[in-house]
Write a protein that binds this ligand. Structure first.
Ligand SMILES: [Zn+2]
Length: 118
């Protein structure tokens, strides 16, 4: 079964991110790569769909202007259980801040945004 890019864990209710984990080397990839492992070259059949907590630390953040006075903040977050992901951030945040993903209502579909963890 395919892991979703993000969702709610049915047991804990916490937000999770879907990854691909290599059986040969343990590498976790996001976004999920289906063709094969980007680290060791194992074929796609050796990749398992897994979910990890949407929780980590901010490595970097930058404002991206979407209009004259409008911007969104995009950042790199190292997940506690996985790779670095590029995600939308709710500001204000600083490098090193602990953040957690929440699902919000987007323009056309649910969206994932990371906020300061409580
Ligand atoms: Zn691998």
């Amino acid at each position: 079964m395919e892991a979703p890019l993000f969702g709610q864990d049915e047991t804990s209710g916490k937000t999770v991110i879907g990854l691909r984990e290599c059986r040969r080397c343990g590498h976790r990839a996001f976004p999920p790569v289906l063709l094969g492992c980007e680290r060791c070259g194992a074929p796609g059949d050796d990749l398992d769909a897994v979910t990890v907590a949407a929780r980590g630390r901010v490595l970097a953040a930058v404002a991206v202007f979407t209009g004259e006075d409008e911007s969104i903040t995009v950042g790199s977050v190292r997940l506690d259980d996985g790779p670095v992901v590029r995600v939308a951030l709710d500001t204000p945040l600083d490098t090193g801040d602990e953040v957690a993903g929440v699902i919000v209502t987007g323009e056309n579909a649910p969206a994932l945004i990371f906020r300061k963890a409580t």
